[in-house]
Design a protein. Structure first.
Length: 96
C-alpha cells in the first residue's frame, strides 16, 4: 500500500492510496488508524475505488485526528490459493 494523500476537512480524514496484489478490494479495506494511545478507529464505510483507476482507493474516517496524530495500520495478507479442480473455462466463440 502506498498513501498518496491525506485530506482533513471538517473533522473527516480521507486517505487516498494505491494497493497492489491479487485481491485489491480486500486489501483496500483492511486498513484502520490508531491514535498515540493505540485506540483503533475504523472507517465508517468501505473503501471507494477512484474513478478511472484500477488500484487507487479512498477511505474516510470521521474522527478528529490530525495526520500527525495517527498511525496507519493494515494486516499481512497471504496470496490466494486457487484450486485447480475448481477451474472453469468459458468458450467465448462469437460464431454461436
Amino acid at each position: 500500500m502506498t498513501v498518496l494523500d491525506v485530506v482533513e476537512t471538517d473533522g473527516v480524514l480521507t486517505l487516498i492510496y494505491t494497493v497492489d496484489g491479487d485481491h485489491l478490494y480486500k486489501q483496500a479495506n483492511a486498513i484502520w488508524i490508531e491514535d498515540s494511545k493505540g485506540t483503533r478507529y475504523d472507517s465508517d464505510q468501505s473503501a471507494t475505488r477512484v474513478d478511472g483507476t484500477n488500484n487507487k482507493f479512498q477511505l474516510t474516517f470521521s474522527h478528529s485526528l490530525h495526520q500527525e496524530e495517527f498511525v496507519l495500520n493494515t494486516v499481512l495478507m497471504n496470496s490466494p490459493n486457487f484450486l485447480k479442480q475448481l477451474e472453469v473455462t468459458i468458450d467465448l466463440n462469437e460464431d454461436q
